[in-house]
Write a protein that binds this ligand. Sequence first.
Ligand code: GLU
Length: 298
Amino acid sequence: MAATAVLAVLAALTVLLAGCGRPGTPPPKGPQPSALPSYRVESGDAVTGSPTLDAARSRGHLVVGVKEDQPYLGQKNPATGEYSGFDIEIAKMLAADLGFGPDRIEFRTIASANRETALQNGQVDYYVGTYTINDNRKKLVGFAGPYFLAGQSLLVRKNDDRIHGPEDLDGKKVCSAAGSTPYQRIQKQYPQARLIGYDTYSACVDNLITGQVDAVTTDNTILMGYAAKVPEELKVVGPPFSQEPYGIGTPKDDTVLRGALNDALARHEENGDWQQAYDATLGLSGVPAPAPPPIDRY
Ligand code: GLU
């Protein structure tokens, strides 16, 4: 082989290896754009009487609140600014039925603690980001769905054998996102734990890896995503110890929007989009698609 050809092969190999991260680390898996469904954009005119949709139509685009640091669920690519994950797909498939294609959705990152105010102040039209439906929140916002059922769990360092469930948290530093249901559950039911609240779970995970905290707690879906990214450093332990039905948050009084989102969700569950979106995103963190939970039209 000519010297230039050898050099070219070596250069190509270097590029390939650089993409593989540390030795022994599996290549990072992420949503493959080619596996994602595309959603037929409807005319959207059929839905009338929603103040939220009327405002979005005159603005020209929808504003959807999401997370940006939750692998396989809602994650923002810092280089391109693009969002991907199961929650993002749910947001897109519902938007399509309301008449908004992907180029007419502006995603806006909103932390767990700020979701209700963002919906109340009209900062977002709806919210799709691991948002548990519960009665307290229903006093402030509306919920379409649920579109998935998660459960609270624990993430610890791979070499730590002290923690297997929430009853092992006495005296341990456990981190969660302020304003989240997992944070509130530890505060109420496991007061012996040393609870630390950050804005995001990714900040908690950074502190877990560097040893500042002993565990991170939130939904199994979110934790499995972090563990799947660095399986040599982190593991999810114990069975889930709560039920977290994920809803699409809406402004409380816009019942037309809530109904339209429920109709759209039902259609995409029936036509296979939900399953295909799951397989191409959250399914990559290792759990096969369950059946979607029944929609609760309250
Ligand atoms: N599902 C839980 C909640 O809505 C935890 C995840 C989150 O903070 O987004 O509070």
